[in-house]
Each structure stands twice: as structure tokens, then as C-alpha cells.
Design a protein around this ligand. Sequence first.
Ligand code: A2P
Length: 312
Amino acid sequence: MECTKPNFLGFGTWQCSNEEARASVYSAIKAGYRHFDCAYEYLNEKGIGEGIQQAINDHIVTRKELWVTTKLWNTFHKPDLVEYQCKQSLSNLKLDYLDAFIIHWPLSFIHQNDQELYPRDEKHQIIYDSGYSLFDTWCAMEKLVEKKLVRYIGLSNFTVLAIQDLLSKAKIKPFVHEIEVHPYLQNEKVINYSKSHGMIVLAYSPLGGNYSYGPLKDKKTPCLNEKIVLEIAKKHSKAPAQVILRWHFQKYAGDDLYCVLPKSSVEERIVQNSKIFDFNLDENEMNEINKLDRNLRLNDAGAVWWGVPTFD
Ligand code: A2P
């Protein structure tokens, strides 16, 4: 059956090599995942493309049953580079159309060459680009829909103000908004705002991630090791990751405008993360997890790496 929108349960692919991506995407398709989140910047689109192709060749799935999103990187925001990167991503992924193509960050870096993803000057400062706006980039994204290279276009890591501006001028409205959401950063205001404008929210780092930078850089998968999460998991004979994914489902997915994108490179966990529809968290358990909210952003990459506190 053709995918008309992304399934609640998506699959994240950040922080894995091409080889890991190939194997984990194939395992994920075997386990029933149909929604994949990719990015040019992850440098593993080729592996993902191989995993998808292998699953299609093995008759596990057809292209039309899949929903594949990838992202426009910051160095390709200049309007005449947008289609160029889209076509590179399509070629990497071995696809002839994308289901969604989204702007990865509302930050435009200068393009020096295709390999330099973080161009820096002699003082090690990121070199930002100028002479065009995010709206100009968006207009170039709209053309990809007209050319049928992509079905839908969207945003990632945008603030409400940046979305407001885009919505006031855009011919094609953003279909999805991908943002960080987990128990430490429940992000309700941006979620509700995005949904109220018809966007499907794609939650990245839904398990709280495993960041080597930012405020919890020294803690391995901190959310999964929260005492209350471990207790609830034990009570239901489930894994902590299943409890957190179930919490997302019950808290945000009622109106069909919300998806999660858990990432794993381990087959057993990939399967485990897909089995979250056979149990229920009660009101008290939901509230206990709600209480973990600290408004704690783990991926302010702009502030940590690129000299711009994107969300402040
Ligand atoms: P791994 O790839 O080794 O399984 P997020 O999806 O929030 O970004 O979190 C990804 C992190 O969580 C990765 O470090 C991943 O490690 C780990 N992870 C994913 N699923 C599980 C699971 N079911 N149990 C434990 N850790 C998990």
C-alpha cells in the first residue's frame, strides 16, 4: 500500500557508518519499519540506499510502501544549490523521489565544495553565507515538488518566529517539522504550534539520544537510565526504551500528527523498539515521566559548534 504520510514509528540513522546503516535499515524493514529519517550530513545515505535496495530486491517491501525523508544541509541553502544536493541525496539513496526533503537547520553556511560541511575561516569561525534568505531557499525547495523529485517539503530545528515568517510567504506549506523531543525536553509549545499549522512533528532523539557534546555529554543514554523509567519498565516487563516510546505515543500521537525516530544499530533493539503497541502506561506513570521535563536541550549544535545559539 502506498504511504500517504509517515508512520508514527520511524527509524533514525544519525551516528552510524555506511555499513551500520545498510545493515540496520535492512533489519528495520524486516522488523516492519516503513519510515526512515536520513540526512546528507550524516554521510551514510549510500549505506541506507543499499539497505533499502536489498529489502526491495528480497521482496520484503516496495518503494511505495516506504516513507523516506532526507535533509538539505547548511552549505546547500543557496537557491541554485538546492536541487543539486537533492539529486545527490537521491543518487546516494538509490531513489528517484523523496517522500520528504527538509531544511536541516535554519543556518546557511557558505559552499566551498561538496565535502566541506563546516566551512571555517582562519579564526576557526563558521563562514555564514549571505545575499539570500531562508525564504529564497524555501522557494527552491518548492520547485523540487513541482519537478516531482520530492513529494513534500519541510523543516527541522526551526523556531516559531522563523516558521511564522516562512508561512506568511510560502506557496507550499511545510508538511513536517523535525525537532528534538524526549522526556528532558518535552517541547510542548513548539509541538503544539507546529501541529496547529498542519505540520506533522517528527521527534528526533526520542530516547534522549547519546550525545558526545552538550549538557549531558558524559552520560550514556541518560533518559534510558532514569530511575523512574527503569521502575516502570520493570513493572510492565518492558525495556526502558519501549516505555519512553510508549510515553511519546500516548502523550502526543492521538491526532496522527506526531512520529518518533528512534535510532539503533543493534538488531535486537531495533526489533524491541518496534514492539510498543501491546501495553499501556496509566495516568500516574505518564505523569511521572512528564515530571522529568527540564527544558533541557541536548542538541543545540548551533551554540556548541557554529557560534549561533539557534534557539535563544
Ligand atoms: P545503539 O545504536 O547502540 O542501539 P535516540 O534514538 O534518542 O537518538 O537514541 C539513540 C541511542 O539510544 C543510541 O545510543 C542507541 O544505541 C540507543 N538505543 C536505541 N534503542 C535502544 C534500546 N532499545 N535499548 C538501549 N539503547 C538503545
